[in-house]
Design a protein around this ligand. Structure first.
Ligand code: AR6
Length: 173
């Protein structure tokens, strides 16, 4: 069986997962927010490896080593930029979670932490993002029940954490 949970904190500090997911941009060459925090904590070798990947399409995911981070891998995915729901933002955000989980499974990763992809600079509404995130991961786990031990969301602020926690609680109701 697997556990799904949420915690409030800094994803670069978590020590109970093999992989953390980065909310990156199409260049994969770093940025602000959680992306900046991950690159700072991992050190310059992460950027050097990212340069070899030649970017990433929105909704897709690519994997690297984690260098100075406490985990073993970083899965870089590119969330959708919110434009009022007119640009398939929900579908593309669901793709981020699906493709990150698939890439983790293909690499034998059984424990993984996500941030709240797209809800910072990319302005995706938190309530809708949490529904898409938890719904997509839950379906993936139901379809692949023996592949994971732990999936957690590490949320930076109390409001975002409360919203994701409420979505996760619905699974266990
Ligand atoms: N740990 C966990 N969550 C964090 C951390 C952290 N250390 N730092 C910020 N957050 P954002 P996006 C939260 O903007 O919306 C970058 O410049 C943050 O409070 O990081 O997908 C990229 O290069 C928010 O709840 O990602 C892209 O250009 C959540 O992480 C762009 O931002 C996501 O906010 C991607 O925008």
């Amino acid at each position: 069986m697997y556990l799904i949970k949420t915690i409030k904190g800094d994803i670069t500090k978590v020590t109970d997962v093999q992989a953390i997911v980065n909310a990156a941009n199409n260049s994969l060459l770093g940025g602000g927010g959680v992306d900046g925090a991950i690159h700072r904590a991992a050190g310059p070798k992460l950027l050097a490896e990212c340069r070899t990947l030649h970017g990433c399409e929105t909704g897709e995911a690519k994997i690297t080593k984690a260098y100075n981070l406490p985990c073993s891998y970083v899965i870089h995915t590119v969330g959708s930029i919110w434009n009022g729901g007119r640009d398939k933002e929900e579908e593309l955000l669901a793709n981020c979670y699906f493709n990150s989980m698939k890439l983790a499974m293909e690499n034998g990763i059984r424990t993984i932490a996500f941030p709240s992809i797209s809800t910072g600079v990319y302005a995706f509404p938190v309530e809708l993002a949490a529904k898409v995130a938890v719904g997509t991961v839950n379906r993936f786990l139901q379809d692949n029940p023996d592949s994971f031990d732990l999936v957690e969301w590490v949320l930076f602020d109390a409001h975002t954490e409360a919203v994701y926690e409420a979505e996760v609680d619905k699974i266990y109701e």
